[in-house]
Design a protein around this ligand. Structure first.
Ligand code: SAM
Length: 326
């Protein structure tokens, strides 16, 4: 799959549910969002069928996301089956870390060893304020269980004023003794509230500048060609840190991702509108060829970057990240 701007797409982010056991302020309001009904969610068979079609078209890596993937019943047998898909080299998972540690054996058994865990604060009270859930101890202990078990762990931290600026340096200090990567993200406008602006004006430059005031010697690392993060290391520290310009969108030129929401919406850019509904195609009895064609047409029309995609959304970009598939 190559888009009209010459970018090869080989990475699918597959959302298995729009439900989450957290209510992070940047993702959805406290009362939640209008979650999809059970019948609107793709079944595991539909997800499996579509994943196989994507892999046949050239997808070699699938990230399982949501919502919170581990709140969906039956996720482990699904992952087990998915891991046998022809052409699929790697499955990774993004989780809030409340439930992932309990599945570590099963995950390792099927070859999944990279997990991104969202953690926005190292302080129990700030964590509660941000996620609206009192689960810091579970998540924090779970991270070290996963590390001990041999998982490659990245922590995702959305940076915002009045929320967690005081956590930035402690997060980097965590990389001193642990082989973790902490990634600081700019807040994006996907908070599930129409017309609600983002809370933060901490862009990637400001985050870097803040860090450089505390660490005079920061080494830039060589990153993968398609990496969304610019990665760094403090000399002598076991882990590393990265900054993801998720709102500044400086990485679109090398973006290799497509997204499939839990209700089958295909997006070729997070900031753009859904460009097809693949669940609907399957339910209307489409053949593999028809689905492949729909995907290729959508990929062919892919916007140049997140700004062009946002324009194509006509301002309707406040959908919760939990529905989009983060
Ligand atoms: N529940 C899982 C988790 O917590 O990681 C997976 C889904 S979550 C939507 C995926 C990622 O999106 C998380 O790292 C979260 O912090 C990030 N995210 C959600 N809304 C965001 C926003 N408005 N701006 C920046 N990142 C956001």
């Amino acid at each position: 799959m190559i888009d009209q701007h010459g970018r090869q797409l080989n990475y699918l982010r597959l959302s298995v549910t729009d439900r989450c056991n957290f209510r992070c302020y940047y993702c959805m309001p406290e009362e939640g969002i209008d979650f999809a009904s059970r019948k609107d969610l793709m079944t595991f068979d539909e997800m499996f069928m579509l994943s196989a079609i994507f892999c046949n078209l050239g997808i070699s890596k699938i990230r399982i996301t949501g919502g919170e993937p581990f709140v969906r019943n039956g996720i482990i047998p699904f992952l087990e089956k998915l891991s046998q898909t022809e052409g699929l080299n790697e499955i990774t998972v993004t989780s809030n870390g409340t439930l992932s540690a309990q599945y570590q054996r099963a995950l390792l058994g099927m070859g999944i060893r990279k997990i991104n865990i969202s953690l926005d604060s190292l302080d129990k009270h700030r964590f509660h304020h941000i996620t609206r859930r009192d689960s810091f101890d579970t998540v924090y202990a779970g991270i070290f269980k996963l590390l001990d078990a041999g998982f490659d762990i990245k922590l995702n931290c959305v940076v915002a004023d009045n929320k967690n600026i005081q956590d930035i340096v402690p997060f980097i200090e965590l990389t001193k003794n642990y082989p973790l990567s902490v990634r600081f993200l700019e807040e994006m406008p996907f908070n599930g509230v129409d017309g609600s602006p983002i809370h933060s004006d901490w862009n990637y430059k400001r985050i870097y500048s803040h860090i450089s005031q505390h660490y005079p010697e920061i080494h830039r690392l060589i990153s993968d060609a398609n990496s969304t993060s610019v990665n760094y290391k403090i000399a002598g520290y076991r882990g590393s840190f990265g900054i993801i310009p998720s709102f500044s969108r400086t990485f679109c030129g090398t973006c290799n991702r497509v997204r499939l929401s839990a209700t089958g919406e295909l997006r070729t850019c997070l900031y753009g509108p859904p460009v097809a509904n693949l669940r609907d195609l399957l339910r209307r009895g489409a053949l593999v060829n028809d689905v492949e064609q729909a995907i290729l047409v959508a990929v062919g029309r892919r916007e140049k970057d997140g700004y062009a995609a946002e324009l194509a959304s006509h301002g309707a970009i406040h959908t919760s990240m939990s529905s989009l598939g983060g």
